[in-house]
Design a protein around this ligand. Structure first.
Ligand SMILES: Nc1ncnc2c1ncn2[C@@H]1O[C@H](COP(=O)(O)OP(=O)(O)OP(=O)(O)O)[C@@H](O)[C@H]1O
Ligand SMILES: [Mg+2]
Length: 134
């Protein structure tokens, strides 16, 4: 697997969520992703970027355009140094929220991508990596 291009984008305030979506859409388009896959990816980006702002206290979205056996893909890492998630299993349960959300962001995002990884611990922040192949 090769990394063709990479970068980082701040996810600090609500406006950054919009910009992160736009960047993901552009990169996914460059990967040759079909509209339906691109739309799924951008929806996942919305959810994860919003969590980064709301719960993580802001962070960054690192991106990588990948190439593997002739197909392109986009890998995104949402990382923050916020409070972390004490119970990952609970957080990955449909409908569970610690706030006033619907509790469907993480589970929804997981269903919309090909690869999903959540790495978090109390006091150590949160890292969510998603990958979608074209
Ligand atoms: N980056 C993060 N840092 C700390 N806690 C997080 C983070 N992302 C998610 N969580 C925790 O996981 C819970 C579930 O997140 P999820 O996105 O699924 O639901 P929600 O944000 O509460 O509601 P929704 O996204 O449906 O509006 C959150 O309520 C929050 O407690
Ligand atoms: Mg959410």
């Amino acid at each position: 697997m090769n990394v063709r291009e990479s970068g980082s984008h701040p996810v600090r305030i609500e406006q950054d969520v919009v910009l992160a979506r736009q960047l993901a859409r552009k990169l996914a388009g460059e990967c040759g992703m079909r509209l339906v896959d691109l739309t799924k990816l951008v929806t996942a980006v919305s959810e994860l970027a919003r969590n980064t702002v709301v719960y993580g206290g802001g962070g960054d979205m690192d991106w990588q355009v990948l190439e593997d056996a002739g197909r392109a893909g986009l890998r995104l890492l949402f990382r923050d140094e916020g409070p972390g998630i004490p119970d990952v299993k609970l957080a990955l349960t449909d409908g569970w929220t610690s706030g006033s959300g619907l509790g469907l962001g993480l589970t929804g995002a997981r269903r919309l991508v090909d690869e999903f990884e959540l790495d978090t611990a109390p006091g150590l922040g949160t890292r969510v990596t998603i990958t979608r192949w074209a």
